[in-house]
Design a protein around this ligand. Structure first.
Ligand SMILES: Nc1ncnc2c1ncn2[C@@H]1O[C@H](COP(=O)(O)OP(=O)(O)OP(=O)(O)O)[C@@H](O)[C@H]1O
Length: 663
């Protein structure tokens, strides 16, 4: 039996026009069968339509057996797609939609959005639509409301997810994880913050032990140093993070741990014209007091090359943000001298960008000169390094040969690369150091002692907030890494939602029609298969074993090895780029600087220079990662976290089906 929505103007009926005429065809083909009209109200549900149809057709009791009802939306005419059979207020869970199709899903999300209901369930997944304005649904009253609530009683909410994770952890005595995914600007970080707020508030001891305060302080600090304005999001996270809230088995929150994955450090030295450098630079220059300006030798933002590649920033709120940043830094335990050291390094990074090179050629000597000298003096003062050593590091490569140190002058472009590498390495090391310090204050001494002595068993709830899928006007190495990470996450979702869930249904003996979903494993293969995957080819081309490789030879190799791959394509002639068919759409990547950014080597001389600083703080920055070489951090980290989540999913499925899982 085939029921088609006849929602055309002429078929709208009822005294108030508040109804639809549905056409019921007792066979599958509407043109070969007689049709029986059925008037239903606008807010009819699938169940009520079936009941009305049964009555209208005079079918009842045993006669119903063996009949199938297919509800179909009319696919032509001027019907309002997706609106058919949708209750006026929408449904809380997309699984309850009478017709599950893209149009009806969008119509439901739209209907709810206009009613300020931005959250909707899709089975066990929570879908959030970004409202881009404040909604009064996150205050402590809501945390209490959702605390221990019965699923289905209250509307979908991000606090419901936190609550479910918290009580599942206590009930199952197992750690939990919550993954946020979506395009850049969709609201992942905002919702991660709401989750953490709720997760710490649900602690049996409430706010008493100060973890909430530290977690809340950590957010703005990380945002200032790790977020920036991009073409898609004014406050885009340029790093990925996994925040793990730790609990004792009694449900008392005992600290948290923050893991950070890849910081987009190339942003420190260059970015697209409509984008900005990291927020903290603008906050510092807009909000520093006169005394700080003198001490840190600050200039105006338009005087720094690293900040002037983009349109000037005139935002009166920046000075207030600087004040807020100071407060947040204090909340996570940064004392005034530490803050001063941090801002000195930021000032030094900005000065590095202003250094210029000129070629010098005399009868006896040939090389590069770096200046202006007053910037070199300021830099050596800010970093507490010897000016002579600074100049040498920035202009000459030193090689150790048969126990002798030999120096060769850099070419101008090599020297610029060294200068920029130093700025990126300093910023990245500073960010790592900040994360390290935040982790110290998140884990108090008693927690460490307790866990070391195994006095208490503890569990955790992880919140994974990675960068969202990006397709910018010009995509480069950064988008290549970010989108590969998104691709891996999407693969995990597919596995978790479709494969494992369907396996579970089959194990429970439920009649289930297998759903065919768009599998992205081919795209992941394209990136990571051995030995021809794009990542491996890139690695090969940027290693020292390929001295003659260039970005162009790399592209040629990509094209040669992946010709005919449905996920990979060449671009029209002349473009030094390639296309990848991602799960979220096709992206064009420009090959320029892929090798350079992949290798991401900080010259040994720069590490040695910073290690010789008279300032312990600067030396400790290099100590965070002595070789200062953070190659493929994101990919390694994402693979590790995906593997952990995948394992957790398999264990969950194993527990449900009663088969032993390797927990
Ligand atoms: N629930 C919400 N309520 C109010 N505003 C929101 C909400 N979610 C997102 N926003 C707004 O949208 C902006 C972008 O959100 P957010 O930074 O969380 O996106 P994202 O997905 O983490 O992006 P990216 O991947 O670029 O970091 C926020 O700065 C905020 O203004």
């Amino acid at each position: 039996m085939n029921v088609t929505n006849g929602n055309t103007a002429s078929e709208e009926t009822g005294a108030s026009g508040q109804g639809y005429v549905l056409s019921i065809f007792p066979r599958m083909q509407r043109d070969t069968a007689a049709c029986c009209p059925l008037v239903v109200p606008r807010d009819a549900t699938a169940t009520s339509v079936v009941q009305d149809a049964v009555v209208t057709l005079g079918m009842g009791g045993a006669e119903l057996e063996g009949y199938y009802l297919h509800l179909r939306e009319r696919s032509h005419g001027n019907s309002k797609h997706g609106d058919c059979l949708l209750p006026e207020q929408g449904v809380d869970n997309l699984c309850d939609l009478p017709v599950l199709a893209e149009a009806s899903i969008l119509a439901n999300l739209r209907t709810r959005f206009h009613r300020n209901q931005i959250y909707t369930y899709a089975g066990s997944v929570l879908v959030a639509v970004n409202p881009f304005r404040f909604l009064p649904v996150y205050n402590p009253k809501y945390v209490k409301l959702y605390d221990g609530h019965k699923p289905g009683r209250l509307g979908p909410h991000v606090f419901a997810v936190a609550d479910l994770a918290f009580y599942s952890m206590l009930r199952q005595r197992a750690s939990q994880c919550i993954i946020l995914t979506g395009e850049s600007g969709s609201g992942k970080t905002q919702n991660a913050n709401f989750l953490l707020h709720c997760l710490t508030a649900l602690s049996r001891k409430g706010y008493a032990n100060g973890v909430e305060r530290t977690v809340l302080g950590a957010g703005p600090v990380l945002e200032a140093f790790g977020n920036a304005k991009t073409a898609r999001n004014d406050n885009s996270s340029r790093f990925g993070k996994l925040i793990q809230a730790n609990y004792l088995e009694s449900g008392v929150v005992r600290g948290a741990v923050l893991h950070r994955y890849l910081l987009e450090k190339s942003r420190v030295v260059s970015r697209a014209p409509s984008e900005r450098n990291y927020h903290v630079f603008y906050y510092l220059l807009a909000g520093a007091s006169e005394e700080e300006r003198q001490e840190l030798k600050l200039l105006q933002s338009q005087d720094y090359l690293y900040l002037t590649q983009t349109s000037p920033v005139e935002d009166t709120s920046l000075a207030d943000e600087y004040k807020r940043l100071h407060q947040a830094m204090e909340m996570v335990g940064f004392l005034p001298p530490t803050k001063k050291q941090i801002f000195s390094v930021l000032s030094a990074i900005l000065y590095l960008g202003n250094l210029k090179y000129t070629c010098r050629e005399t009868d006896t000597d040939q090389g590069l000169e770096v200046g202006p000298v007053e910037h070199l003096i300021t830099l050596s003062h800010l970093l507490q390094v010897k000016q002579e050593m600074l100049v040498k590091t920035l202009t000459k490569r030193t090689i150790l040969m048969a126990k002798n140190k030999l120096s060769f002058p850099y070419s101008q472009s090599e020297a610029i690369t060294v200068r920029d590498s130093m700025a990126k390495a300093l910023y990245s090391a500073l960010f790592d150091w900040i994360v390290l310090r935040i982790n110290h204050s998140l884990l108090n001494r008693k927690d460490i002692m307790d866990s070391a002595s195994f006095q208490h068993q503890s569990f955790s709830i992880g919140v994974l907030d990675l960068f969202g899928f990006e397709n910018c006007r010009a995509n480069g190495f950064e988008q290549f890494c970010i989108n590969y990470a998104s691709e891996l996450l999407h693969y995990y979702f597919n596995q978790h939602i479709f494969e494992l869930e369907q396996e579970e249904y089959q194990a429970e003996g439920l009649t289930w029609q297998t759903i065919n979903y768009r599998d992205n494993s081919g795209c992941i293969e394209l990136f990571s298969s051995q030995p021809r995957g794009l990542i491996h080819l890139l690695y090969e081309h940027s290693s020292s074993s390929s001295p003659h490789a260039t970005d162009k030879t790399l592209l040629a190799r990509f094209l040669q090895d992946h010709h005919g791959n449905p996920f990979f394509a060449a671009t029209p002639k002349g473009e030094v780029a390639f296309l990848i068919q991602h799960f979220a759409g096709e992206v064009k990547y420009l090959i320029k600087d892929f090798r350079l950014k992949d290798a991401d080597r900080v010259p040994v001389g720069v590490v040695a220079l910073l290690n010789h600083s008279d300032r312990a703080f600067v030396r400790s920055l290099v100590g965070v990662n002595p070789v200062a070489r953070f190659r493929w951090a994101v990919i390694r980290a994402v693979i590790r976290s995906i593997a952990a989540f995948k394992q957790a999913g398999l264990c969950r499925a194993a527990r449900k089906t009663g088969t032993p899982g390797n927990n």
